[in-house]
Ligand binder design. Structure first.
Ligand code: AOF
Ligand code: ZN
Length: 363
């Protein structure tokens, strides 16, 4: 049975895991705390794929004191030889007496085997403590492992009447500086930022993280079915870029590759990038969380295809009127049962704007 102390230490392990928010992908964010006689004797978090997992870092800090201790881990310790040896083996070898785990590892290479290994060696194992928080922290990793798709978050900056730009396309600075700073934070945690060629041609955005501390730029992804992107587009600078096309224009592909971009052609009879195939491809590349920063067309297409998981709406206290552009092109719905239903997840003030988070209702 979990005690108040167990919850306290697991909350601490979750905070440690969160330190890897912007760096661990494609791996999950994981934290570990080793406690003996009510005091922490070692702690650690996973920082980067290829480097040590959370448990061996904590075990190293604890040394011999780990014998008989309790380990609090936000994810089931791994049982497989990946880029690093199994953490379950390391906990067993160190003589840890009890392991409290927030959630099972959804990675099919592990899922349940880590727990089984620990139990087989006589360690007391408890799972499910603060599981909801642990899942939330790794919702992209869980999505990729269980659905073969990344977690897709669409960010939309709009006026109070849901308008994103004037009819003539003018859209800059609807939301204030605090909201734009918040978007920087979102980009930093995302594995990829996705946009459409319409946005690239109209706004020439960079979609990168402009923070001197940043250790990893998200992969910028452009859907450009007919390869209309200009070689002088700013998105082609400042970090890795992946372009999805629907037609194989080899001369243009060579040019873009010379500029450092990677081009993937997903042939499609209607000459539009196949959205589920594109997201499946991103998942195979280890992309856990995708941030969509696009116009009404791509947002509408992704929503209609049921590919968006979450909407992040930055709402400015202003009205742009009915002629201004909307946030998602969904066509002319003829019946209410065609509407897309969501659930509110969170609401807060960000500077002079509101940030609303909603998640798509899944049947
Ligand atoms: C843990 N503790 O801190 C993490 C785990 O390629 P590797 O060796 O880094 O293994 C990556 C897999 O290990 C990852 O897909 C997930 O299943 C697990 N991550 N496990 O025990 C950790 N980061
Ligand atoms: Zn591990």
């Amino acid at each position: 049975m979990a005690s108040a102390a167990d919850s306290h230490w697991m909350a601490h392990a979750l905070r440690l895991a969160e330190r890897g928010l912007n760096t661990t992908s494609p791996n999950p964010r994981v934290g570990c705390v080793l406690v003996k006689d009510g005091i922490v004797i070692g702690e650690g978090w996973h920082e980067r794929a290829g480097e040590l997992h959370a448990e061996p870092i904590a075990l190293h800090a604890a040394g011999e004191r780990a014998r008989g201790a309790t380990a609090y881990v936000t994810l089931e310790p791994c049982s497989h030889f990946g880029r690093t040896p199994p953490c379950a083996d390391a906990l067993i070898a160190a003589g840890v007496a009890r392991v409290v785990i927030a959630m099972q590892d959804p990675n099919p290479l592990v899922s349940g085997r880590g727990v089984a290994k620990l139990r087989d060696s006589g360690i007391v194992v408890e799972t499910g403590l603060m599981e909801a928080s642990a899942r939330e922290l790794n919702l992209g990793f869980v999505s990729r492992m269980t659905r073969g798709m990344p977690w897709v978050r669409s960010k939309i900056a709009a006026s109070l009447d849901g308008r994103t730009a004037l009819a003539n396309g003018v859209s800059q600075w609807i939301t204030g500086p605090a909201a734009r700073q918040d978007v920087q934070r979102l980009r930093a945690r995302s594995c990829a930022v996705l946009t459409g060629i319409g946005t690239v041609l109209a706004d020439d955005p960079q979609l990168n993280v402009r923070d001197s501390e940043v250790v990893r730029q998200p992969l910028r992804v452009v859907l450009d079915s007919h390869l209309q992107i200009s070689s002088s587009s700013r998105i082609l600078q400042g970090g890795p870029v992946l372009i999805y096309a629907a037609i194989p224009d080899s001369a243009k592909i060579t040019l873009l590759e010379q500029l450092g971009a990677q081009v993937v052609v997903l042939p499609n009879p209607d000459e539009q990038v196949d959205l589920p195939a594109m997201l499946g491809d991103l998942a195979r590349r280890g992309i856990n969380e995708v941030l969509v920063e696009a116009g009404a067309k791509l947002n509408g297409g992704l929503l209609q295809a049921g590919l968006v998981d979450e909407l992040l709406l930055y709402l400015a206290p202003q009205l742009l009127g009915d002629e201004a552009r909307g946030m998602a092109a969904l066509g002319n719905l003829m019946a209410l049962d065609q509407r897309i239903e969501l659930q509110w997840q969170d609401v807060r003030h960000v500077g002079s704007d509101l940030r609303l988070t909603a998640r798509i209702n899944r049947p």
